[in-house]
Design a protein around this ligand. Structure first.
Ligand SMILES: [Cu+2]
Length: 113
């Protein structure tokens, strides 16, 4: 009985270790300067095509906070503080129109292949 509990603890510790390892390598993979969506100081989105399921990096080069929010609700929605970056997971292949929730005039399109 005691041995069984020890085994369970060992398995739990191992899976935590694996999860930590997986997340650390994931967060370091998008190198600086490879943002797929950028926001310039003119409140404009620029985007390049991304692959389904990949990590999409958004770089906010303005001083204001913006969001990248899919027009089709729930596909993606991320808020990026001025001068910062944020990431989200690309949805299934398709063409997605998106906007900024804070500035309604800001619109962009993300192509997922
Ligand atoms: Cu905005």
């Amino acid at each position: 009985m005691q041995r069984r509990i020890f085994t369970l603890i060992a398995i739990a510790a191992l899976s935590v270790g694996l999860a930590a390892c997986g997340s650390s390598s994931k967060s370091s993979s998008p190198a600086a300067g490879t943002a797929q969506i950028t926001i310039d100081s003119g409140f404009k989105f620029t985007s390049t095509a991304v692959t389904a399921g990949s990590t999409v990096m958004v770089q906010n080069n303005s001083n204001a906070t913006h969001t990248v929010t899919s027009d089709d609700s729930g596909k993606f929605n991320v808020s990026i503080d001025g001068g910062k970056t944020a990431t989200f997971t690309a949805p299934a292949a398709g063409t997605y129109k998106f906007h900024c929730n804070i500035h309604n005039f800001m619109k962009g399109t993300l192509t997922v292949t």
